[in-house]
Design a protein around this ligand. Structure first.
Ligand code: GRA
Length: 383
């Protein structure tokens, strides 16, 4: 077992850290307050190769791997969690197309996602289908050499700003989850209405509804065969969950850093508040949770890089990291008190942003269900 990162991975992490500190952090509070979607930064991250770490050179990637993605994502999220979400919206579709797309689909759709020239997304969730993906109602009906999409997706990250994305819909509802199919669609056709949705956190990461009414998608844009959609979706979620897990690590770390720094500045009752044991207790717990989560997330990424099954390990890592981020944001809020609650300090943003990690990409309860059912022998996670 080797706990050292390679020189290459350290260099990748340092590039991401420098970019995050110089280009993202200075305007994070303003971007959050003004709900700015920073398409310019999305492009710059594309130029730096941040979306191509799991993608072969042939399609514009750099093949640095999943661990590289985790390291980059943590650094970006530490500066601004909403910018981490932007990474996932580019890599999610690109990676899924590498895995399930035809050669033609790969060459056409992947490079503009990796460069950030096209803003991507993935559309799974519906009003009545959140945790229960198979409960979706969206239909894709074959019509000659195209499909017509009908239905609504909700809480779709980048819905208001994307140029296209992965869409999951039933081609045959009678087959239950075996009748679902996956498509990559450009939005440049009539029949799509978008509605923004206001949220608590990740305010620079726009979310919304996508309403499809006889929206045409070429049959050539289907990924895999008809009926492969559910498995494609589960595969995709396993990859994109890892990005969320890494993002949660970044938020946990940022909250811890804010708490430590405040503890060393703030004086009450004649001493630095870090000298109070109750604050030390919080800091120690923040660190232990964060470090434990980081090792779990690194393990999942390492397994992915070894091309070994890692659904279970990814769920464990995502669960642990989401909880660590929330523990840390809550503890930082307690330590900073009224300053933490005020918008003068970034802790209230960490607190709002941390919450999303217990909800997105399979809630903490879904991760616990996957983990427990695997242990109980009801449903194997790695399959
Ligand atoms: O036996 P079979 O051939 O019918 O296959 C079954 C099973 O083997 C079938 O699917 C297969 N399967 C898998 N195959 C490969 C299931 N899981 C996997 C897998 N991981 N890999 C049906 O299986 P099932 O277990 O009966 O399915 P289910 O109970 O209907 O659902 C399972 C589960 C609850 C885990 C699933 O629905 C799920 O993951 N739900 C959570 C939904 C989720 O994560 N949504 C995320 C939305 S996108 C988002 O949040 C964007 C955030 C963006 C950001 O912040 O970055």
């Amino acid at each position: 077992m080797d706990f050292e990162l390679s020189d290459e991975l350290i260099a990748v992490r340092d590039v991401a850290r420098e970019f995050a500190e110089k280009e993202i952090a200075p305007s994070a509070a303003k971007d959050d307050r003004e709900k700015n979607f920073r398409g310019d930064l999305v492009k710059k991250m594309g130029e730096l190769g941040f979306y191509g770490t799991m993608i072969p050179d042939l399609y514009g990637g750099n093949g640095l791997g999943f661990l590289a993605m985790v390291l980059i994502t943590e650094e970006i999220a530490r500066a601004h969690s909403a910018m981490r979400v932007a990474i996932n919206m580019q890599i999610g579709p690109a990676l899924t197309i590498v895995q399930f797309g035809t050669e033609e689909q790969r060459r056409k759709f992947i490079p503009p996602l990796l460069s950030g020239e096209k803003i991507g997304c993935f559309a799974i969730t519906e009003a009545d289908a959140g945790s229960d993906v198979a409960g979706m109602r969206m239909i894709a009906k074959r019509d000659g050499d195209r499909y017509l999409l009908n239905g609504s997706k909700i809480f779709i990250t980048n819905a208001p700003v994307s140029q296209g994305g992965l869409v999951y819909a039933y081609t045959d509802r009678s087959q239950k989850h075996r009748g679902m199919s996956a498509f990559y669609a450009d939005w440049d056709q009539p029949g799509l209405t978008r509605k923004p949705i206001e949220t608590l956190g990740a305010l620079s990461s726009p979310i919304g509804e996508l309403i499809f009414e006889n929206f045409p998608v070429p049959a050539l844009n289907r990924l895999g065969n008809e009926g492969d959609g559910f498995k494609i979706c589960m595969w995709q979620l396993n990859q994109t969950r890892l990005n969320c897990a890494a993002g949660a690590l970044g938020v946990a770390r940022a909250a811890k850093e804010a708490a430590v720094s405040y503890c060393n500045q703030r004086v009450q009752f004649g001493q630095k508040i870090g000298e109070f044991q109750m604050n030390q207790d919080l800091i120690a717990q923040m660190i232990a949770h964060e470090e434990a989560a980081r090792l779990l997330v690194y393990r999942a990424a390492w397994l992915a890089d070894q091309k070994k099954p890692n659904n279970l390990e990814t769920s464990i890592g995502k669960y642990a990291a989401a909880e660590a981020a929330n523990f840390a944001a809550d503890a930082a809020m307690k330590i900073l008190g009224a300053y933490g609650y005020s918008t003068e300090f970034p802790v209230e943003r960490y607190y709002r942003d941390a919450k999303s990690y217990q909800i997105v990409e399979g809630s903490s309860n879904i991760q616990k269900m996957i983990i427990a059912q695997d242990a109980l022998g009801y449903r194997k996670a790695n399959r």
